[in-house]
Ligand binder design. Structure first.
Ligand code: FES
Length: 64
């Protein structure tokens, strides 16, 4: 997690893998709801894991 980069761009969710809010929403729209599976959807994997809470928040909002 690069906190500075995330602060500069609030739409950036995962700085390790360069995933933005719309990337997470795309995965959710395709039926993914698990953090690791959302990473795999974008051909990557959790690294530091610090974006997990943010990813899960977006999943919840998508279910809303
Ligand atoms: S910010 Fe490190 S795994 Fe997402």
């Amino acid at each position: 997690m690069n906190e500075g980069r995330k602060e500069q761009d609030p739409t950036l969710v995962c700085t390790c893998s360069d995933l933005y809010i719309n990337d997470i929403e795309d995965a959710v729209a395709d039926g993914e709801e698990d953090y690791t599976e959302i990473m795999q959807y974008h051909c990557t994997f959790p690294r530091c894991g610090k974006c997990q809470d943010h990813v899960e928040l977006i999943v919840k909002q998508g279910e809303g």
